[in-house]
Design a protein. Sequence first.
Length: 155
Amino acid sequence: MQYSQLCKSITFVNVKLFGFWNGFLLSFIGEVLGVALSFWLYRKGFRTLVHTKTPSHSKWLKLLRVQGKESFIFILSLRLLPFVPSGLITFFSAVGKGSFAVFISASALGKIPALFIEVYSIYHISQGSMQGKITLVVLSIILLFYISKKWKKKA
């Protein structure tokens, strides 16, 4: 099971056991603790290595030097984009010059919309409401579209 699938499974259990808002809050706390731990581990393990191996002319070095308000806006913006891998955001934030407080505040704020949509969907699907049924139909159509594109590429 992939990490993202595990998180969604835990979110499902949180919502089923504790209800919508308490499940959301518990999942949110788990998300924030997860990125905090990842940040700390990346910073401990990779910060020195990345700075010694990154060429001084590299565009990556600019990204690693971002601090303060600019860092907050950058991290928040990336967290709000659903297609940017969370692990990459955490990694580059950890090996960069930004502070832990800026990272946590931007990450926590940026995770709220996606987590809310996830909890909302899980809640309505598990309740069997009309919104849940519509969500399942839309997700099924997207999945079928994705599978058909994969099959067409193979053919």
